[in-house]
Design a protein around this ligand. Structure first.
Ligand code: SF4
Ligand code: SF4
Length: 180
């Protein structure tokens, strides 16, 4: 009785055949539109930092090593493949690849490092600085050379947010190279 029951079970199990995939020995084709690991195109990236700002996992770091060298680091171990960085990139420099097998024993294997040369402003010869103590930054007139008296006068007459206190503060502003 017991043996008959077991034979019946065996026959039931064998009837449908093999239903699982023989992975990883045989790799089935990757589904269309799979969102895998993001890949950066060094040639297209302008170093705006948009991907870094909008990554919900905070796995893209942006560091300015010096005035003209920006380093971007992508830490693949924290990435959730959400694709937001690719959506946000204004230059189309990020592509969501179909790569998803990222198991490794060295974190460097899933880390991407970009070293970007940042162009300097053609007016003043230095990178634009996002320092918020600068009165010109506060009134959102990006790109103006704050220590140009002519431009200051222009700002004074055209900006609604201008205040004499802000202009006074900009008198004390020092270029990075002038700071002690
Ligand atoms: S895919 Fe999502 S989690 Fe991964 S780097 Fe891009 S924004 Fe961040
Ligand atoms: S990858 Fe795109 S969003 Fe990120 S810094 Fe480069 S240009 Fe900006």
């Amino acid at each position: 009785m017991w043996l008959t029951s077991k034979i019946k079970q065996l026959l039931m199990v064998m009837k449908p055949g093999v239903v699982t995939l023989n992975y990883p020995a045989e790799r089935p084709p990757v589904p269309k539109n799979l969102r895998g690991q993001p890949v950066w195109d060094h040639q297209k990236c302008i170093g705006c930092g948009g991907c870094s700002d909008h990554c919900p996992s905070r796995c893209i770091l942006t560091r300015d090593v010096c005035q003209e060298l920006r380093v971007m680091l992508y830490d693949g171990s924290r990435c959730t493949y959400c694709g937001r960085c690719a959506d946000i990139c204004p230059e189309g420099a990020i592509t969501m690849s179909n790569s998803f097998e990222i198991a490794c024993d060295d974190k460097d294997d899933i880390t991407t490092r970009l070293e970007l040369f940042m162009m300097t402003c053609q007016r003043c010869g230095r990178c634009y600085e996002m320092e918020k103590s600068n009165a010109i930054d506060r009134i959102n007139l990006k790109g103006f050379r704050y220590d140009n008296l002519e431009q200051r006068a222009l700002v004074r007459t055209t900006s609604e947010t201008f205040s004499p206190e802000l202009l006074k503060e900009s008198d004390n502003y020092k270029r990075p190279s002038d700071k002690e």
